[in-house]
Design a protein. Sequence first.
Lengths: 270, 298
Amino acid sequence: MSALTLTLKTRPAQRVDMSPLVCQKLQGLTPAEIGSIELQTGNRTVRADELFKIKGDDVNNIVIAGSFNKLDYIGKELDGGSITVEGDAGAYTAQQMKSGTLVIQGNAGLYAGCEMKDGLLQIEGNAGDFLGAALPGNKQGMKGGTILIKGSVGERAGDHMRRGLILIEGNAGDYCGSRMVAGTIAVMGKTGRYLGYAMRRGTLLLWNQPQLSATFNDCGSHTLAFLPILFSSFKNLDSRFADSNIGFNRVQRYGGDMAETGKGEVLVKL
Amino acid sequence: MIINGVSIDETFAEAFPMKATRAIITAQNEKWAMISAQAMTGFATSVIACGCEAGIERVLEPSETPDGRPGVAILIFAMGGKGLAKQLETRAGQCVLTSPTSALFAGIDEGKQIPLGKNLRYFGDGFQISKKINGKRYWRVPVMDGEFLTEATTGQVEAVGGGNFLVLAESQPQALAACEAAIEEMRKIPNVIMPFPGGVVRSGSKVGSKYPALGASTNDAFCPTLKGVTKTDLSPEIESVMEIVIDGLTKEDIDKAMRVGIQAVCDLGAAEGIKRISAGNYGGKLGPFHFHLQEIMA
């Protein structure tokens, strides 16, 4: 069986809702049936085969070729299997993803991995604002799984995050980890202003000293036993995080946000 | 059957089903991991009065432990799941949480999950932090020397307790020397512990007693000072009998441990005063697992 490959024929002017094209919804469908699936784009619907050239038959291994930043909701509620996006992805990539693997070879837009439950979302390029966040009005963002970003991320990464892991090889914008409930965000690059704004619990693990708000208090330098275990859990990732030399267990610990419960922490490599 | 002048009785040891788990204790160095492990497995020779049977399985290299520090694996056995969980939690709380630089991890992943540090976290008084890494939940409990890191649960498995053999010798020093040699070899076998002091028990028991309140009492048939006054199982030249009790995760593990242990005793042989190997046989009343000495040594 070869991967089910959806190659974009032409770039539509309007945004496209790609949520019907996930592995679990295509089980048992023939290529013709997959081609007849209707996708919402702008104020009309189009057949999948109008937008994509469809090849291959392995619905557990989907490739979206020629993708660009108007293909939204790729991998929404994905529950097993893998999706590879050759190119950029639009907004809401991997929204509420349950399991499986989603790899974006380009950049991802707003709300990537928002309210994700489990699985791996890997973005080779950059991600937009509200990575792993809660949808507007909702109280809980990402609840599990791993998001790996090889580039940088926009603002509000991990907003309202409840559980799980966000690994950022590049930089993070302002308000990284804002209103976090729990979970871990690791940033190898630089972080912006208002780091951990109103975070309740959770860990922000940083390689570089951040600009901290007055509501984060210095708890001193420490050797923490859980860090080697955390770093060793990265070893199977296709990432700089997997490098055994990248880990550390000696950190400066800042507690906060004291304007909230103060049970969160910012750990900075020493 | 005679091995190197040592007679192997045609009898079997009786053992019974138990519940067990393994925990891994790590620390800044092996010395402190061992101190914590010894405390946790202390006063755990017999379920008769200790609530559990526990012992040190082996020392772990840093490369074998979850946090890359020196560690010690311990096994803990109890008659039931509830008892095991209670003993594990109490001991972890008093002996590992309290021990400087220690961390505590599950040594068995499969089976029913029972609390390891799951409830110890409340010692953190709200400052404890949970981390779920690779599907396992860990608790970071702030303590005065830094942080106590513990895995939330460990796996409880079916196990076997009470495998044993008796070493019958011409003198007390010879019996002890033979048991020491056996224990040294048996400690190399994984998945087993010998829970008595130093692995050796000198007060083997029989089922029942003349005192109704007691369920077990001294095994008079093997007491050398009673040779002339009770229905003895000892020949005149036997002056001392010692027993090695083995708990293991499976019957096969106990088989293996008994084989190397008896072999080590027999290697000393009759020349070193070892005359017989026997076993605690209670006529099939004690437990469903039977370890036939001659079959094990065949």
